[in-house]
Design a protein around this ligand. Structure first.
Ligand code: PLP
Length: 300
């Protein structure tokens, strides 16, 4: 997409003083710099689905998400760029005023259909779409699937793998993490920080996207930093995000990357990482979701 700035992606070394004392280095892969709204990792997860839809001659792509979904707005943008129609099947009743996320998706040409939470959970297709469903290319919520993971694996082309002992990322569906495992070297460990509470299927869902050889690589999901669950937060998390911005100049989002940065910081302090570790945190974007917070909570 012409407005996506892949050249802006950088690897920023941030290692705070307490890390250097432990001989630990921390860097951030800034996928957030691609675009203010179209979240970094979503673009990578979508690219092979879009290619597949184009190869199959599909004229429309449909996918699922909530009112603040990074995946919804990224799908709208990717379809717009590729001249494919897009449909968003949105969880919950239509609100009196649409979220900025949905307004943006709509302005990119996405047609929105609202479904009840129970229909959404069953992945029911709205009646209005049932006749045309066979002509539509469906993408899972969050881009979950092998093609999504293969797309996410190409994130590794943006950094020099041999410099890092640990690759850390936030985990929703596990698709990005699966991609990072695919592209990891045998001497690296991929650590996922779950942003969901007690989601014990996440591990299996991530592993399902791996080949047998990839399953032998080093990785695990940490479940200790969900802050109450998906899109939940505490003042402690918000304070951390503000401090992190003050010291590094890097903005984060409260749903994914704020929790990731908090977790890695905490794990370094509590000596989880051995001395000599070279950690890369993936800033997977998502900043647009901060608009759902009260103005003024974040200083960026
Ligand atoms: C969607 C998203 C994730 C999680 O990616 P999964 O592949 O679903 O695990 C992480 N960070 C941000 C900013 C996201 O938007």
């Amino acid at each position: 997409m012409s407005s996506l700035q892949f050249d802006n992606i950088s690897v920023d070394e941030i290692s705070p003083g307490f890390c250097r004392e432990k001989d630990i280095a921390v860097s951030v892969l800034r996928l957030d710099k691609i675009h203010p709204v179209i979240s970094g990792n979503k673009w990578f997860k979508l690219k092979y689905y879009i290619a597949d839809a184009l190869a199959l001659g599909k004229k429309t792509i449909a996918t699922f998400g909530g009112a603040w979904s990074n995946h919804i707005v990224a799908t709208a943008a990717a379809c717009n760029e590729n001249n494919i129609g897009s449909i968003g099947i949105i969880r919950g009743e239509e609100a009196a005023s649409l979220s900025p996320t949905l307004l943006m998706a709509q302005s990119l040409g996405m047609k929105l259909y609202f479904t009840s939470r129970s229909d959404y959970q069953k992945k029911n297709i709205p009646d209005a779409l049932s006749d045309s469903a066979k002509n539509i290319y469906f993408i899972n919520e969050g881009g979950y699937g092998i093609k999504g993971a293969e797309g996410a694996a190409t994130i590794a082309g943006l950094f020099s793998a041999k410099q890092y002992t640990h690759i850390c990322c936030a985990v929703g569906t596990g698709t990005m993490m699966a991609g990072l495992i695919k592209s990891s070297t045998l001497s690296q460990e991929v650590i996922g920080i779950s942003v969901l509470k007690n989601n014990h299927e996440q591990q299996a869902e991530t592993i399902n996207l791996l080949t047998n050889d990839e399953k032998l690589k080093k990785f695990f999901i940490n479940h200790e930093y969900h802050f109450g669950g998906y899109a939940k937060y505490t003042q402690d998390l918000i304070d951390f995000m503000n401090d992190f911005y003050k010291t590094t100049g890097i903005p984060s989002d409260f749903v994914y990357t704020g929790k990731l940065f908090y977790a890695v910081n905490d794990l370094i302090r509590t000596n989880f990482f051995p001395s000599g570790s070279r950690i890369l945190m993936i800033h997977s974007g998502g900043l647009q979701g901060n608009q759902s917070l009260k103005p003024g909570m974040l200083i960026f």
